[in-house]
Each structure stands twice: as structure tokens, then as C-alpha cells.
Design a protein around this ligand. Structure first.
Ligand SMILES: [Ca+2]
Ligand SMILES: [Ca+2]
Length: 182
């Protein structure tokens, strides 16, 4: 549906959807408004692979993030005009015009060599090889932590598990074969 390209399989089919649609038959129009991207009370209209914001209360910009206060002050990033000014910023921004995205990486939250990416009132860690977790706190594999006889070569990859075990650390149980005599 919706321009997707489907390929027949055995008792099934797979579809490659055009941008903006998802689902096994490309039947679903992805809701680009799901993250509430419009600021300052603007209303979001879901389109195919994009959205538009209808701004209110004098705000302007693609996301309605900018408000001209009338006294020469401009508030950015969803900040609201105040009287007296200058601006009342939303969480994650500061500065007299809310122009600054606060550096959420300033506390160096990512462990084990992970690279911190600053976001709005949050951060993401891009972990170095061999680590995972929100702050890269979990070691995938070193010389000691493979379980159930798993081996760890080379460093930085999930353990090599013996037959019957799975998981990054081979922590998932053995497949059970029961033989009954007679
Ligand atoms: Ca859509
Ligand atoms: Ca930030």
C-alpha cells in the first residue's frame, strides 16, 4: 500500500515502504507529531514524512520556538516572554534569550571511553567497543566475565559462547536434551 514495494516469500511477503509509512503492508502513516515537536502551544499537523506547526500567541519559526516579545526581546527554544523580561526558558535551555542549550555532558557521564552527545535536558552515550548501557557502564566482555565457558577474543565483542548458550556474556541457559533409557 501507499507505494511500497512488496516481495513474495514462502507463505508470506515482505514490503519495503516509502518514507513516512510503516507496517507489514506499509498500511500505517507514521505519526510525525508523536513527539509533540511544536513549542509554545502550537498545534501539529501530521503529513507524509513530515509535519507542520501552526503557531499561536505570536510565536514564529518552524517549531514555533521563537517569540518576539514586542519590547525588542526575542525568546528562543520555546522560552516565554515575561514582564519584566527577559525570558522564561523551558527546561534544558538558559541564557537571557534562552539561546543556550545547557551542556548535559558537562559532568562527563559516559564511562569507559564513551562519547557523550548533548541533547535537550538529556544526553546519549556512544559507547566504545566492548561496552553498553545508558552510561556505557556494562562491560560486554573482558577476560573474566564470560559465563558458562564462553571465551573472549578479541576484547570488545560479545563472548563466544559454547553450543547451547546465548547472550552477550553467554548468560542464557543451556538448551536441554533429555534422554530416557528404554
Ligand atoms: Ca505522517
Ligand atoms: Ca543539553
Amino acid at each position: 500500500m501507499h507505494g511500497g514495494t512488496c516481495t513474495d516469500g514462502v507463505n508470506s511477503y515482505t514490503c519495503a515502504c516509502v518514507l513516512g509509512y510503516t507496517g507489514s503492508s506499509c498500511e500505517t502513516d507514521i505519526d510525525e507529531c508523536a513527539s509533540n515537536p511544536c513549542m509554545n502551544g502550537g498545534s501539529c499537523a501530521d503529513e507524509v514524512n513530515y509535519f507542520t506547526c501552526a503557531c499561536v500567541n505570536g510565536s514564529i519559526g518552524t517549531l514555533c520556538g521563537t517569540t518576539e516579545c514586542g519590547d525588542g526581546t526575542v525568546c528562543h527554544n520555546g522560552g516565554a516572554c515575561t514582564n519584566p523580561g527577559p525570558c522564561d526558558c523551558v527546561t534544558g535551555f538558559n541564557g537571557t534569550m534562552c539561546e543556550t542549550n545547557i551542556d548535559d555532558c558537562s559532568t562527563t557521564p559516559c564511562m569507559n571511553g564513551g562519547v557523550c552527545v548533548d541533547e535537550v535536558n538529556s544526553f546519549t552515550c556512544n559507547c566504545a567497543a566492548g561496552y553498553k548501557g545508558d552510561t556505557c557502564q556494562t562491560v560486554l566482555c573482558d577476560l573474566s566475565n564470560c559465563q558458562n565457558g564462553g571465551t573472549c577474543t578479541p576484547f570488545g565483542h560479545p563472548c563466544n559462547c559454547p553450543p547451547g548458550f546465548t547472550g552477550d556474556l553467554c548468560e542464557n541457559g543451556k538448551l536441554c536434551h533429555v534422554f530416557i533409557n528404554g
